[in-house]
Design a protein around this ligand. Structure first.
Ligand code: NDP
Length: 325
């Protein structure tokens, strides 16, 4: 393939993460069995991706089990890839949910087992937990780091104020601060990355591992004329997504995708690459977590690296004109 993978520091940490990474959310176990998932992970790794994203909730743990088996099978050296898990939704019992010291500890131990590894590189609090003091969460993460079970901890979809509180607590008690946050970021959802977190990049060197860069596929343009039969809206358990895609809000978004099409055409790139290239241009993005149910998708998405220079300030102005209308 005609591109070179770029590696960025994860915030101010010394960890070099590939600017495109690969996640398993809807796909592993639901759309991809172990064989198909292996093919995609191998393709990703062979093309320079070094970060694989997971969570305890994905396919109720099965996604991590599949990824663990693949990592064993491929035999990739543990020091060549970065692995994450996220803790919050571990089960239905009161002790299995949230960010208590207990669930964080149990969640980490269970993920290590499923992934069959000795440590997790990035461990995320999957959502904020209003029922646990942030100090309890910071202390629990610090202990896992001291024990060598986790290397870096972070948050996902926390408000800037909550992340700031975590930094202040860590500073006050000399605990390990968070390194990264995992927010949604795509052309339809830009507030956290482009506005709310701005002070955090500067003050704390916050890294970001952004999710759903294609808004679950909407930004590829493939929903512009109805729902393709083999797409994620038809995956069992994701009926809520289909409903969301049928809403007035999504219909409006599809209208915008259609308006973005001529911009992509002028640059002779696909809509998908326009959307990914926009995220790639943002220096506050450490890595863009791709999802893919087919190898061709991964190929097209990684190809963005070879066209990103076509996306100039004037392109971004044109994109904003469509989105801000
Ligand atoms: P995207 O928004 O990029 O959606 C990926 C999906 O879009 C693919 O599975 C595929 O779906 C379709 N697609 C991708 N590329 C193409 C292409 N070139 N042409 C046509 N269709 C394409 O990302 P995800 O929503 O999957 O999120 C990525 C990762 O982020 C997740 O795997 C997960 O690791 C993480 N994440 C984290 C969250 C958090 O709360 N922290 C929440 C959600 C995700 P299809 O099968 O329909 O073709």
């Amino acid at each position: 393939m005609n591109f070179e993978m770029e590696y960025r520091r994860l915030g101010k940490s010394g960890l070099k993460v590939s600017v495109f990474s690969f996640g398993s959310w809807v796909t592993f176990s639901n759309q991809l069995n172990e064989k198909a998932a292996t093919e995609l992970m191998e393709y990703a790794y062979d093309n320079g991706i070094n970060f694989f994203d997971n969570a305890e909730i994905y396919a109720n743990g099965n996604s991590e089990i599949i990824m663990g088996k693949i990592l064993k099978k491929t035999g990739w050296s543990r020091d060549t890839y970065i692995l994450s898990s996220k803790v919050f939704w571990g089960g239905e019992k009161p002790t299995q949910i949230g960010l208590s010291r207990k669930h964080i500890t149990d969640g980490c131990h269970a993920a290590l087992k499923r992934l069959q590894v000795e440590y997790i590189d990035l461990f995320f609090c999957h959502r904020p937990d209003p029922e646990t003091p942030i100090e309890e969460t910071v202390r629990a993460m610090d202990v896992l780091i001291q024990q060598g079970k986790v290397l870096y901890w972070g948050t996902s979809e926390w408000e800037a104020e909550q992340i700031t509180e975590a930094y202040e607590i860590a500073e006050k008690f000399n605990l390990t601060p968070p390194t990264m946050e995992q927010p949604e970021y795509n052309l339809f959802n830009r507030g956290k990355i482009e506005k709310d977190y701005l002070p955090l990049y500067k003050k704390y060197g916050l890294g970001t591992t952004i999710w759903s860069p294609l808004a679950s596929g909407l930004l590829t343009g493939k929903y512009n004329h109805g729902f393709p039969s083999n797409s994620r809206v038809y995956v069992k358990g994701y009926e809520w997504l289909k409903e969301q895609f049928e809403s007035d809000e999504t219909i409006q978004k599809i209208g915008k995708v259609k308006e973005l099409q001529p911009i992509a055409e002028r640059l002779e790139i696909s809509l998908t690459q326009l959307a990914l290239g926009y995220c790639l241009k943002n220096p506050n993005v450490s890595t863009i977590i791709l999802g893919a149910s087919k190898k061709e998708q991964l190929k097209e998405n990684l190809g963005t690296l070879s066209i990103v220079d076509k996306i100039t300030d004037s392109t971004i102005k044109d994109i904003n004109k469509v989105l801000d209308k």
